[in-house]
Design a binder for this molecule. Structure first.
Ligand code: DAH
Length: 360
């Protein structure tokens, strides 16, 4: 074998043996790189006689081209194999049905809170918040319910446990959202227009009562806000919320320590045929308590009753959710029964329904 043939078979074998791209690159450098063997031999051509150079040069050129071609072919084969392997491993049957992605639903209480918030936001009310574990001063005293007041008993209050010798002020699970009135006025002063939706707690349990339920408080304080404004606001709210233009409210004189005068508000409805219709029929359903904020309440919150006045109301969210969506039993709201949640729940995209809109 001539020298060139030995070189050829050696280098072609090494190309064929290279197992992967880095190994192949090493072979290329060792043969054709600047310091490669073939390149080295070509450099020696300069020292040869013209005749030697002619044959040797041609041989080496051919050899270099052959090795170069072999490298390229091998490289292409490797790339193809790698691509094949990738395509195999990443193969995807786009005709398969999608995997079901179970999605939860929005609880009717959350949905109704969003709806209520959207409607009152349209009327210029912002949202205020307060703690669920509340001091008894905010929950009672500031709302003109002093310690011996009978209203304290009516509230079936949960008290926070206190170890003996622990003389921090007594705390309760708030029995209504009304303490948020005080907190909001303390924080913002007057004038003010807020609603405060949230959880409240009372020791009570039957078909229409659960130990935890939801209320939304409303408060509007200004220089000349009157009972007439209260009436308009609530009627406007009910029209939008129940999506019934002919909604009818009945204001019944009542008593709350924190309002004077006070009124409970019923909504006209019809139960005939076992189905509830709002705005017609001969029945009335109580949905909220309301009134003109008592001067003592304003004072307790740092608002001067000689200068400011306004209305407040407290509405049962669960109650109006039951009415609007025809849900018969309150307790089911909090049982987390998936079948119930799927039936009465809302899709995430359901925009708060204010389709009835405000008539302004
Ligand atoms: N806090 C009362 C309750 O839970 C509801 C209520 C009545 C709130 C009259 C008010 C109001 O703001 O003015 O029964």
């Amino acid at each position: 074998m001539t020298d060139t043939e030995t070189l050829r078979s050696t280098w072609l074998a090494r190309v064929a043996d290279a197992g992967d791209a880095p190994a192949l690159e090493e072979v290329r450098l060792a043969a054709l790189g600047k310091k490669g063997e073939i390149s080295g031999l070509m450099k020696e051509l300069g020292r040869m006689t013209p005749e030697e150079r002619q044959t040797r040069g041609a041989d080496l050129n051919r050899l270099r081209d052959e090795i170069d071609t072999a490298l390229r072919v091998r490289r292409t084969a490797m790339d193809d194999a790698a691509l094949d392997a990738r395509l195999k491993s990443e193969w995807l049957d786009v005709t398969l049905p999608g995997r079901p992605r179970p999605s939860g639903t929005i609880h009717p209480v959350s949905q109704v809170m969003d709806e209520v918030t959207a409607i009152f936001a349209d009327m210029g009310f912002s949202v205020a918040e307060g703690p669920q574990v509340e001091s008894d001063w905010f929950n009672f005293d500031a709302l003109n319910i002093p310690p011996e007041h009978p209203a304290r008993q009516e509230h079936d209050t949960f008290f926070m446990a206190r170890a003996e010798g622990d003389d921090r002020a007594p705390h309760v699970l708030r029995t209504h959202t009304s303490p948020v009135q005080i907190r909001a006025m303390q924080a913002q002063g007057a004038p003010i227009r807020v609603i405060a939706p949230g959880r409240v707690y009372r020791m009570d349990m039957d078909q229409t009562h659960t130990p935890m339920f939801h209320q939304v408080e409303g408060l509007a304080i200004g220089r000349d806000i009157s009972m007439a404004n209260l009436k308009w606001t609530l009627e406007e709210f009910c029209r939008a919320f129940f999506e019934v233009p002919a909604v009818e409210l009945r204001f019944r004189a009542s008593h709350f320590p924190f309002t004077e005068p006070s009124a409970e508000v019923d909504i006209r409805c019809d139960w005939s045929g076992g189905q509830l219709k709002i705005g017609e029929g001969e029945s009335w359903l109580e949905i909220l308590g309301s009134g003109m904020v008592h001067p003592k309440v304003l004072s307790a919150a740092g608002v001067d009753p000689a200068e400011w006045q306004g209305f407040a109301f407290g509405m049962g969210i669960d109650r109006i959710a039951m009415l609007k969506y025809g849900i018969p039993d309150l307790r089911a709201f909090f049982e987390s029964d998936l079948r119930w949640l799927r039936h009465y729940g809302f899709a995430a995209g359901d925009v708060p329904s204010v389709a009835g809109g405000l008539s302004r």
